[in-house]
Write a protein that binds this ligand. Structure first.
Ligand code: NAD
Length: 369
């Protein structure tokens, strides 16, 4: 049941292993990367309580010892203060240039710990052990690492590819329904941006996947990761095509900022709502078939996901403020907002050619409905 996706970046190639039971086998997979039988692991409190011991036993099976640090769970941990804490701790552990740091957790831990590894002693190797669906299908692959700034999300960071990714699909079983579905938002994104056949597969297999079908979970992670790996191999530092992976994110990031990166809205929930808005905008601009936005929303709703702004708890700012928040997006070029829009399901493209009035009208109506 073990699948492997290879990321063939010259000089920085690595494997992504996907399947149940990988924590227990961690030692044999990690050992080839070590110069001495010792690793440091950073996790969050929730994941550590559930899975750190399994990782420890898996490493010990190959004679590898580990020291661990656990941080508070949640998006607020992707911060300067927690970055300093990680780096200080890693230095206190006397991590050397040839050692390996392991990130055990969701996208928050992967992004933060990857960035700490990127800057520690000008760069030490790190291994991603993603435990959320979002991290398994997206954030653990491709080498984007970083933290949030008060000015916006992911504004401080570095490209630093992992040396190995161990995606143990059995650990997805301990995710809350909400966390699982937030990750599913990124899975749907892959179908929407570049593979209509995958979206169709999700329309039929999504419910089985959500209720725990292991074969369906492995297949969803494998197809998502393969798509991401293919795009990253063609455009590692996002000079072009990689921006497609941000489908739904321009809207999503603005909503995350508007809700204070709090548990009012998880990243993957923002992405799902953002995908629905991106298809709505594409249809209004005459770019994609009129029936596509409702097909997207129907599938998200079928899965029990948020698709509308009114489903976000609490008040949201007005459309102008949301547009201003989009202006902090990393995709802004020369002050011009860039959107990922679609010619249809499975066919996204990047454009700077979107009238501001169309975005404002869309947001005003979405805020009212
Ligand atoms: P997260 O790391 O906060 O995890 C979500 C919640 O699930 C947390 O409370 C965590 O403790 C819990 N959790 C994780 N694994 C668990 C498990 N197996 N069992 C029980 N609970 C578990 O958030 P996330 O949704 O994984 O990731 C979101 C982050 O990823 C955002 O900061 C986003 O910007 C980033 N991201 C990065 C990239 C990239 O390319 N680097 C891509 C997409 C998203």
């Amino acid at each position: 049941m073990l699948e492997t996706v290879h990321v063939a970046l010259p000089g920085r190639e690595y494997n992504i292993l996907i399947g149940p039971g990988l924590l227990a086998q961690a030692g044999e997979h990690v050992a080839p990367f070590l110069r001495r039988p010792r690793v440091v692991v950073i996790s969050d409190d929730t994941v550590a309580a559930l899975h750190l011991e399994s990782l420890q036993i898996g490493l010990a099976n190959a004679g590898i010892t580990m020291q661990a640090l656990s941080l508070p769970p949640g998006e607020a941990t992707k911060s300067w203060s927690q970055l300093i804490r990680c780096v200080d701790w890693l230095l206190d552990q006397k991590v050397e240039r040839n050692d390996v740091v392991i990130a055990l957790g969701g996208g928050v831990i992967g992004d933060l710990v990857g960035f700490a590894a990127a800057i520690l002693r000008r760069g030490v190797r790190f291994i991603q052990v993603p435990t959320s669906l979002l991290a398994q299908v997206d954030s653990s692959v491709g080498g984007k690492t970083g933290i949030n700034a008060s000015q916006g999300k992911n504004l401080v960071g570095a490209f630093h590819q992992p040396s190995l990714v161990l995606a143990d699909t059995a650990v997805l079983g301990t995710l809350t329904v909400r966390d699982f579905l937030a990750g599913y938002g990124e899975v749907v994104k892959y179908g929407l941006l570049g593979d209509a056949g995958f979206f169709e597969w999700l329309e039929t297999q999504g419910p089985a996947l959500a209720s725990g079908d292991m074969a369906a979970r492995i297949e969803a992670v494998r197809r998502s990761v393969q798509m991401k790996a293919d795009i990253v191999m063609r455009d590692e530092t996002e000079q072009g095509e990689r921006a497609l992976l941000n489908l739904g994110h321009t809207f999503g990031h603005a909503l995350e900022a508007a809700t204070g990166y709090s548990d009012r809205l998880m990243h993957g929930e923002g992405v799902a709502i953002g995908c629905a808005l991106a298809f709505e905008l594409s249809a209004r601009l005459g770019l994609c078939p009129q029936e596509d936005p409702s097909r997207v929303r129907q599938h998200l709703k079928q899965m029990g996901m948020k698709t509308d702004l009114r489903e976000i708890d609490g008040d949201l700012p007005d459309a102008q403020t949301l547009l201003a928040l989009m202006g902090q997006d990393k995709k802004v070029v020369g002050g011009e907002l860039r959107f990922i829009l679609a010619r249809g399901i499975g066919d996204a493209f990047v454009t700077g050619d979107v009238p501001k009035e169309a975005v404002i009208t869309l947001l005003e109506e979405a805020l009212k409905s």
